[in-house]
Design a protein around this ligand. Structure first.
Ligand code: ATP
Ligand code: MG
Length: 153
């Protein structure tokens, strides 16, 4: 597990940007945290790290936004999802372990739809309004050893 302390949105984005160096095609990042925790800020950092040059916005209503970088970035927000069938409608399964990086806000809305292996990112409030604690937990064989020798865990 990697743990970071962030005291500004820029720091949250740069933590995400540095995570990108370790990410490969087919990876899945699950983003946990309350409303306003900074999940979308984190995705902005991932996008920057992948070289996406368009602005990243929250896909709350669209459920999915797609960006092109060194690999495609599939940004899901399941907050407003009501029925599991809606995920089929947007081709959810194709994007999980697909040809790019899949990032999912509010994954706990539909836990049954999630893959078995993922990088879990948990963003918690800190002691001040701008403070956050960011935990990054790679889970499963796919991610095992990827952070070895990086000195950050
Ligand atoms: N350290 C920080 N890290 C991230 N965001 C911060 C931080 N400090 C303040 N903020 C602010 O908190 C807000 C985070 O908004 P963001 O849309 O990223 O949250 P979210 O977790 O995606 O919420 P939602 O569940 O509504 O999608 C932004 O307005 C950002 O400027
Ligand atoms: Mg968001």
């Amino acid at each position: 597990m990697l743990v970071y302390s962030s005291s500004a949105p820029e720091t949250t984005r740069s933590v995400a940007r540095s995570l990108c160096d370790k990410l490969i095609v087919g990876d899945v990042v699950l983003l946990y945290g309350d409303l306003g925790a900074g999940k979308t800020e984190f995705v902005k950092g991932l996008a920057a790290g992948l070289g996406v040059d368009e602005p990243v916005t929250s896909p709350t209503f669209a459920l999915l936004n797609v960006y092109q970088g060194r690999m495609p970035l599939y940004h899901f927000d399941l907050y407003r999802l009501d029925r599991l069938e809606e995920l089929d409608g947007i081709g959810f399964d194709e994007f999980i372990g697909g040809d790019g990086l899949a990032v999912i806000e509010w994954p706990d809305r539909f836990a049954a739809a999630l893959p078995e292996e993922f990088i879990k990112v948990i963003i918690r409030a800190g002691e001040t309004v701008a403070q956050r604690v960011i935990e990054i937990v790679p889970t499963g064989v796919r991610y095992a050893g990827r952070w070895e020798g990086s000195g950050s865990n």
